[in-house]
Ligand binder design. Structure first.
Ligand SMILES: [Zn+2]
Length: 279
């Protein structure tokens, strides 16, 4: 049995104990087993029967999880780190449990969660495992001073989901196919954990290619033409910027910006957080 399988067995045991003993204590962050009560997700996932699952439970991070995310093929990819940790430490999504789904389907379920929901879960995982006080460093954009900011993860804003699971778009220019037909209308879905994992290495190498790949993965034209990377890279910059802005305007989840005040020059600016900061 591999470590992952062993952990899986023990997580399944945890989740059985959770349902059998009803050790849910709503007043506490975790119970004596290190398991949380059910917390809400913003978007959740809809299963094949059309049922919405929009809650989750977690257990605390342990040493085996730390080992799992320290592996060479995981640690340099933020998407893999998050998918690995959540797959191990999340015990249920709505009525779906690891025990019922099995490891393969469970991993895929975790990867299919929107990035917004994953960030919410990860913030909570950080809190129950390491506490809510955090420290981060930023460089002042005005004078270049390195600033260390202390903050509480409970103070981070959660941007609510607007209820639209897909966002309709109308491209300013559109894609003109070989027959001269112009395709402008379609929908874009939210990026999920799998997208983040696939895009992470691309982002480090070529931001333009990463953007093309994300658009190819998340966009669908109403005309039904199959979307290729070639089509998405041939779109005008105007269309690509429009799609990016549309996604950004509809983002939900943890607002990864905090207010920072420079102690050297007094400049106030917004400091970006990365989920990696939560570890
Ligand atoms: Zn400054």
């Amino acid at each position: 049995m591999t470590d992952i399988e062993k952990q899986f067995e023990s997580d399944v045991k945890d989740s059985i104990e959770l349902t059998d003993n009803k050790v849910i204590n709503l007043g506490e962050v975790v119970d004596e087993e290190g398991v949380t009560p059910e917390y809400p997700l913003e978007m959740g996932i809809v299963d094949e029967n059309g049922t919405l699952h929009n809650t989750y439970t977690l257990r605390e991070i342990n040493g085996k999880d730390e080992e799992a995310i320290s592996k060479n093929d995981v640690k340099n990819n933020i998407g893999k780190v998050l998918n690995t940790l959540l797959s191990r430490c999340c015990l249920s999504i709505g009525t779906l449990t690891k025990k019922d789904l099995g490891l393969f389907k469970w991993n895929n379920l975790i990867k299919s969660l929107s990035v917004g929901d994953q960030d919410i879960m990860f913030l909570k995982l950080r809190k129950i495992s390491l506490g809510s006080e955090m420290e981060t460093t930023h460089e002042c954009p005005s004078c270049g001073a390195t600033l260390t900011t202390l903050y509480d993860t409970d103070e981070l804003e959660i941007v609510p989901f607007n209820g639209k699971r897909e966002i309709p778009f109308e491209l300013p220019r559109g894609y003109k196919d070989a027959k001269g037909e112009v395709h402008k209308l379609g929908v874009i879905r939210y990026a999920n954990g799998l997208d983040r994992e696939i895009l992470a290495p691309l982002l480090a190498k070529n931001v333009g290619k990463a953007r093309t790949s994300l658009l190819k993965r998340t966009c669908t034209f109403n005309s039904g033409i199959p979307i290729t990377e070639d089509i998405m890279s041939s779109l005008s910059l105007k269309d690509r910027d429009y799609l990016q802005k549309l996604s950004q305007d509809n983002l939900f989840g943890v607002n990864m910006e905090i207010e920072v005040s420079c102690t050297d020059c007094g400049e106030d600016f917004k400091g970006k957080l990365n989920p990696v900061n939560f570890l």
